[in-house]
Design a protein around this ligand. Structure first.
Ligand SMILES: [Zn+2]
Length: 180
């Protein structure tokens, strides 16, 4: 039963705005304590000796929580998504990507959004520890921090959790790949 409670649950604010994601175990406690209501089940039930418990997929809090400011973490996946899984040197779309420091680190290049791009393995080999101009390579676009979208953290769940889609603004756009 405990592993059944390890999946992600969407938590809506009192006004139905997506707030965060928690583990099912925590969501069930919120339901039990009367802090939240079940909005979407999505996972069926589990029976204990005395009762049947809904396995929530979406819950809504009965009180308003001030939304934390979301910051984009600089991770491999975030960079690949910003670049739409496209090598920024040859333009090939692939899942076999590496992170490239445009200005190499040992030349003082920083590990920041505007100095990191996705590069396919062969472009990364070709460029090696050189700047694009030293390597005779051109960037497809100037890298920058991706725009902040407050619903960003929810998008990665949309394909596996269809019942979340109606609560997350612009999820149809995200699913169509219209923005990363
Ligand atoms: Zn490439």
């Amino acid at each position: 039963m405990s592993s059944q409670l390890n999946y992600d649950v969407l938590v809506l604010n009192q006004n139905y705005e997506p707030l965060n994601i928690c583990q099912a175990r925590r969501a069930i406690i919120l339901l039990f304590n009367g802090k939240a209501e079940l909005v979407e089940n999505g996972r069926g039930h589990i029976s204990t000796t005395s009762t049947v418990i809904d396995l929530p997929s979406v819950i809504r809090l009965f009180y308003m929580v001030k939304k934390p400011i979301m910051r984009r973490k600089l991770t491999r996946r975030e960079v690949f998504e910003r670049d739409r899984y496209t090598c920024q040197y040859c333009g090939r779309q692939t899942r076999d990507l590496t992170l490239d420091h445009v200005m190499p680190r040992f030349k003082g290049g920083k590990h920041t959004w505007d100095n990191i791009v996705s590069a396919c393995i062969s472009c990364n080999h070709r460029k090696a520890a050189r700047t694009p101009s030293e390597a005779g390579m051109k960037l497809h676009q100037i890298p920058a921090a991706p725009p902040l979208n407050p619903y960003h953290i929810f998008y990665h769940h949309l394909r596996s959790k269809q019942e979340w889609q109606k609560f997350i603004p612009a999820s149809d756009k995200w699913l169509k790949g219209e923005f990363f």
